[in-house]
Design a protein around this ligand. Sequence first.
Ligand SMILES: Nc1ncnc2c1ncn2[C@@H]1O[C@H](COP(=O)(O)OP(=O)(O)OP(=O)(O)O)[C@@H](O)[C@H]1O
Length: 259
Amino acid sequence: MATKTQDLITVDNVSLDYGGSDGNGSAIRDVSLNIHPGEFVCVMGPSGCGKSTLLKILAGFIKPTAGTASLDGHEIDGIDAQRGVVFQNSTLYDWYSVKKNVGFGLSMRHVARQTIAKEVDTYLAEVKLDGWGDKKVFELSGGMKQRAAIASALINKPEILLMDEPFGALDALTKNQMQNLIRRIWAKSHNTIFFITHDVNEALLLGSRVVVMSKHPGRIVADFPAPFTSDILRDKDDDIRYSGDFMAKRKEILGMIRR
Ligand SMILES: Nc1ncnc2c1ncn2[C@@H]1O[C@H](COP(=O)(O)OP(=O)(O)OP(=O)(O)O)[C@@H](O)[C@H]1O
């Protein structure tokens, strides 16, 4: 058995080549990244630089062509409920009730029905969907679907939550509400979150750490702690986004991405 390490996730010199005759299949190259428990890591980079590829490796959907990715010292080898995934477009079953969707992972693991019902209620309350459990997913708004998707990932108590532009398709107001929701859940539960976004404000408003990737094939070009999400939790508002420090960091990241 592997020894328990301080890092929850270790990505060691990972490259992924999708193949193809044109030689352009290399999606990420020599990526190394360690994630500690409780970090909220936001990943940014130009379109096509390999952010989703990195997430898919962490989720266990694909294996690197070189290097290793491990969770808790164990090489990631296939999908597992230890890693919850939330995509931009909900992967819920539209014709099932919200409750059935949220409890799906537990029922697959043959958890007792009463326990599932209790847990479902807890996680629906967590994402502020109490009272909506009996609705069918197709009856929900986009923001509500994403809240249900987050509940159905969290109910499995994953060691890490992998989120691929989860709020990318939402309007500005709903997006802001969802950012507040996920920040509050993170602060309360100390979840570890790996969160891909195209939105530099979102990365700085949410991440306790921001990672920036270069253009295709992606490498990590910057990796730094971000204080703003803790400031927002302390101040209970996000006016920090108008501060000089925030603007300067924003400009710096955009400069890196455009370069
Ligand atoms: N299944 C696949 N087969 C072949 N090439 C792929 C596959 N998935 C992704 N790619 C290629 O790998 C590169 C990285 O794609 P990826 O989706 O990881 O980037 P991304 O940074 O998440 O992009 P975006 O920000 O636009 O969502 C791209 O050039 C893409 O075309």
